[in-house]
Design a protein around this ligand. Sequence first.
Ligand code: NAP
Length: 341
Amino acid sequence: MAADVENVIIIGSGPAGYTAALYTARANLKPIVIEGFMWGGLLQQTTEVENFPGFPAGGIDGPTLMTKMREQAEDFGSRFITDQATSVKLSDEPGGIHEVHVGQDVYRARTVILSMGAEHKKLGVPGEQELSGAGVSYCATCDAAFFKDQVIMVVGGGDSALEEAMFLAKFGRKVVLVHRRDELRASKIMQDRARAMENIEFKTPYVVESFLAGDGPFKRIARLKHAATDATEDVEIGGAFIAIGHEPQSEIVDGVIATDDEGYVKVDGRSTRTNAPGVFAAGDLVDHTYRQAITAAGSGCQAALDAEWYLRDTPQVPTPPSLEESGDLAEAQWAPAAETA
Ligand code: NAP
């Protein structure tokens, strides 16, 4: 158990988490960021980011952008724990003290900013899990090089799918983009760019029924079903990339903080306040709609300001003695609201 009670603990390290860290650090709140092992969030898996303001002439690559955000937060005194938060114990009392557990270590704080982001959605079809990392991937920038000169399938019809398809088209002999509707969800500019590439084939409206291992190191089979006629077809591919969106990483607050049916953390109106006093949420963890690096960064800023104002305006529940000082008795006297599994 860490003896001190911190002002703010930030869980998560995408644009929301690092922006919250920057703002709370500049407010002299000395934030601790539990940033995970793979810090930087989903932008670590992206190539060029052309729509984050401030980077003309080709944009900036995702990992560089995240490294710069981290450095900027560090410059003002943010502290980083490069490990995974495993559970939380939240006080339901305004001004109370929350706990964030990182394995055996416990960090305590008056405010917590949740910014765990989102992860790649799975298709949930037979063979997907079995071939994951062995022909089925969720990250073209990570795995494209394995599929040089192969036929590569991309599943999805949004901007991510087209971005992946265009990136993979530079490696593979051919990219087959499979989407469940004839109409793509992706923006017009992305559609125009992808359609201009000769080695991208659009296969719609089809759904993937299953993935099967083929009879060679770079041979897999995607069994497709026509969405209207139900006719099935086997396509021989080197590998498949799934790009069908994301799901929020809210497991550690499941049952503790109010979430919606899809697991997104609920916040109060336009604020970042959750239903627990002193606990705020930002970024893709709360955002069904926009899910952009810039909107995540903006909501990280909001969460930092909400936390700062909460600390300023909320009378504090007295600090309990640390476990080192008084053993288990202190924990028994101070009953937290709820605990995650
Ligand atoms: P998205 O816009 O939600 O698109 C997800 C796609 O996957 C949709 O076409 C959807 O089909 C399909 N899909 C979802 N579940 C499926 C399932 N179970 N089986 C088959 N297909 C399924 O997600 P995204 O492409 O990841 O983009 C997220 C946000 O990031 C968007 O706002 C996007 O504009 C943005 N983004 C921008 C850029 C860029 O500008 N460079 C790059 C990447 C992402 P339906 O269309 O039928 O629903």
